[in-house]
Design a protein around this ligand. Structure first.
Ligand code: PGA
Length: 266
């Protein structure tokens, strides 16, 4: 089967509502140009933006009319409601117009104490709330240097997806491999490094979920730019990108979308 390609922009803590709306509008306006000359249709590729919670509502009017455009939250609280100061749960994310949430981003894990256990709870809440969950996994530099990167990522998958059956993961789970040493550093994983890890993740998903696992899209993230996107997407088993810095400007983001879309049907 052909898996859906995803190109997702994670804006992190950037873009107040006005700036976010302007970016979203430009992405929506210029998306057809980015796809021109490719055979990519709605079923082939999904393009998503993940503004801060505060800016979700402002971007929604520009994203909503486009079947190919998705709105994502950058995280998802583990509860729907209650005495959880500062939290935003899946029902609130859905009410703001987002259909998906990034879960377990390495910045959440490293800077805000998101443990494997909390990542699992957030992922379950997101899926139960009807959202698509984009689960981030990836190793730090010292883990790779020690040769333990595959074991580390497998342990993260084991923990985050413990107890979930294929019906829970089916169609609404996306995995993003983001080596921590590549995020915001300008050091992209080589296509070979990324493809090798993606094959390992694919094997895990297939073993765990059968054909539903084989069908999940696995994205790469970490210093993706237009000039490295093409080699990565061509490396095999890389079903698109989670983009940070290069997603903040519509033009550089859409240049990555164009590279991914050019791969459709090749
Ligand atoms: P980057 O971030 O593209 O700026 O490296 C990727 C991410 O954190 O998802």
């Amino acid at each position: 089967m052909t898996r859906t390609l995803w190109v997702l922009g994670n804006w992190k803590q950037n873009h107040l509502p006005e700036a976010a709306a302007a970016c979203a509008r430009q992405i929506a306006d210029d998306l057809p140009d980015a796809l021109r000359g490719t055979s990519a249709t709605v079923g082939d590729i999904r393009v998503g933006i993940a503004p801060p919670y505060l800016s979700l509502a402002a971007t929604r009017p520009f994203v909503r009319p486009h079947a190919m455009l998705w709105l994502l939250a950058q995280d998802c609280g583990a509860q729907d409601a209650g005495a959880f100061t500062g939290e935003v749960g899946p029902n609130m994310i859905a009410a703001a117009g987002a259909e998906a949430a990034i879960i377990g981003h390495s910045e959440r894990r490293a800077l805000f104490g998101d443990t494997d256990r909390l990542v699992q709870a957030k992922l379950r809440a997101a899926l139960a709330g009807g959202l698509t969950a984009v689960l981030c996994v990836g190793e730090a530099l010292e883990v790779r240097q020690a040769g333990a990167h595959e074991a580390h990522v497998v342990a993260q998958l084991d923990a985050a997806l413990a107890g979930l059956g294929p019906e829970a993961a089916n169609a609404r789970l996306v995995v993003a491999y983001e080596p921590v040493w590549a995020i915001g550093t300008g050091h992209t994983a080589t296509p070979e490094q990324a493809a090798a890890m993606h094959r390992r993740i694919r094997a895990w998903l297939t073993e765990r979920f059968g054909s539903a696992g084989t069908d999940r899209s696995i994205l790469y993230g970490g210093s993706v730019k237009a000039d490295n996107a093409q080699a990565l997407v061509a490396a095999g088993d890389i079903d698109g990108f989670l983009v940070g810095g290069a997603s903040l400007e519509p033009a550089s983001f859409l240049a990555i979308v164009a590279r991914a879309a050019a791969h459709v049907g090749t």
